[in-house]
Design a protein around this ligand. Structure first.
Ligand SMILES: Nc1ncnc2c1ncn2[C@@H]1O[C@H](COP(=O)(O)OP(=O)(O)OP(=O)(O)O)[C@@H](O)[C@H]1O
Ligand SMILES: [Mg+2]
Length: 470
């Protein structure tokens, strides 16, 4: 699909409203900056050189793969944590800590179970110098606005997920923040509840019924971002950076699935599923025009880990996806896939990554295209699938190949998991090393390459012939 030039033209802003918040060259490192024995820096660089402006009247959505630092960026912008380098300014003043003008809504509601709805909302006003009566009055007004009238005295456990998130919104809005930050606010809700709350929030915002001047939302849902945002910020990882900033579609194209809407969804899918491609080049190729990006597009950097990272995906899902794409002649639009399977970015990206890493398919122009091996996998029976999978794993997955080789060499064809974990921990955090190990074992077991005993932590070749007979 190509991006209609009409869309981008209609989106060019005619004037620039005031900048409310500005991040300049923000960098964030977690952990110590000490060096490993290989001379690499041990701390994890989570955000690298992120610069972003939020202007009055804007709804900005941040999208990106899991771990690209979206939540970290939101926390830095709202003053909850400090950047390692770079600055954040809110109306020209440096943001040094939590600011009453900046409020956050979290994915997990973060309510106090022992407080009523009213008390939870009043908490938002704790830092402000108000009398008890004033506080209650403002909390009641926020509760009313957000549609919780009548539930003031209820406790969180008596409420549905959607109602609890309304409390989350009321608590953020009660401070009348100029800037509202939302970190995946709808992702813990079922589809219909999310839709309902999303529509209501948009109505309050567009009708000016909340005093908020700009909204910044992190989401994994591309459709949601296109439906809501005036601008879309696409992030990439290793380390987290801004890959592209795109204009949203005109309001009239937001709710209906117009071509402009579909094109933008498609473009975002294309950029995100091609992490090694320069976003500007992708846009130019899709659009045939160079001026589409309205913000910086970073040239992707090679992975900082220097080690292949396995997406944590079950084989059944890879198989299922291949079968599904094969039914569409081996090529399917990722946006359509995401929509029909109701999968958000954090589900679909690792899956596409696994399919690509195993050589079963390739993401191109927002579509997933099966390779020969992918087609064979989709059409094979259980036994053939295992055989194809084994071939692909051995030729594409470094870690599993190394484990298999180590087992082939080892006396008794056994090795202790620690040996592998130790090696992985040079590149990953201990938790992630464990997950990498588990995924590798899961795939290798399916491929019947080797076996693993969880209780003893022993990896072994199941039907290894005794060394002497080899
Ligand atoms: N307090 C912390 N200490 C160390 N590392 C952290 C900390 N918080 C986050 N990280 C790491 O920083 C990276 C970015 O995390 P962050 O939560 O910002 O990503 P995200 O884009 O919001 O991911 P998701 O989509 O899964 O929510 C991840 O690799 C994460 O493991
Ligand atoms: Mg997050």
């Amino acid at each position: 699909m190509s991006l209609s030039s009409k869309v981008t033209k209609m989106q060019q802003p005619t004037h620039s409203p005031a900048v409310l918040l500005e991040a300049t060259h923000v960098r964030k490192m977690y952990g110590d900056e000490k060096r490993t024995k290989h001379g690499e820096i041990q701390g994890v660089l989570v955000l690298d050189d992120v610069s972003l402006q939020i202007r009055e009247g804007e709804f900005v959505a941040i999208l990106g793969p899991s771990g690209s630092g979206k939540s970290t960026l939101l926390r830095i912008l709202s003053g909850l944590i400090h950047p390692t380098a770079g600055t954040v300014r809110y109306r020209d003043a440096l943001v040094m800590g939590p600011d009453p003008h900046l409020a956050i809504v979290f994915q997990t509601f973060a309510l106090f179970p022992w407080l009523t709805v009213l008390e939870n909302v009043e908490l938002g006003l704790e830092a402000q110098d108000l009398t008890r009566t004033q506080r209650t009055k403002r909390a009641l007004a926020a509760i009313d606005t957000i549609g919780l009238d009548g539930f003031e005295d209820a406790y969180p456990k008596e409420l549905s997920g959607g109602m609890r998130q309304r409390v989350g919104f009321a608590r953020a809005l009660v401070v009348e923040p100029e800037l509202l930050f939302m970190d995946e606010p709808f992702s813990a809700l079922d589809v219909l509840t999310a839709e309902n709350l999303r529509t209501e929030l948009l109505r309050l915002w567009r009708e000016g019924r909340i005093p908020t001047k700009a909204i910044l939302m992190v989401t994994h849902n591309i459709e949601e971002a296109v439906q809501m945002a005036d601008r879309l910020v696409v992030m990439g990882h290793d380390p987290g950076c801004i890959r592209a900033i795109l204009n949203g579609v005109p309001l009239a194209d937001r709710l209906a699935k117009t071509p402009a809407h579909e094109h933008l969804v498609d473009l975002v899918y294309t950029i995100i599923t091609q992490p090694d491609e320069d976003a500007g080049t992708i846009m130019a190729a899709q659009d045939g025009r160079k001026e589409q990006p309205v913000g910086p597009t970073a040239t992707p950097k090679p992975s900082g880990r220097g080690y292949q990272s396995l997406p944590h995906i079950k084989i059944g899902a890879v198989n299922g996806l291949a079968e599904r794409v094969q039914r569409h002649d081996g090529r399917e639009d990722l946006a359509v896939l995401g929509r029909e399977l109701q999968m958000e970015l954090d589900d679909i990206l690792p899956l596409v990554e696994a399919v690509e890493l195993l050589g079963f398919g390739e993401a191109m122009e927002g579509d997933l295209i099966l390779t020969d091996a992918g087609r064979r996998l989709a059409e094979g029976d259980e036994l053939q699938d295992k055989e194809i999978f084994r071939e692909q794993v051995l030729s594409n997955v470094e870690l599993i190949r190394q484990m298999k080789e180590a087992l082939d060499r080892a006396e008794d064809h056994e090795i202790q998991e620690d040996q592998i974990l130790e090696q992985l921990e040079e590149y990953f955090s201990p938790d992630e090393a464990r997950r990498q190990f588990e995924t590798a074992v899961d795939w290798a077991r399916y491929a019947e390459l080797f076996a693993y005993d969880g209780a003893s932590g022993l990896l072994y070749l199941e039907d290894a012939a005794p060394t002497s007979t080899q």
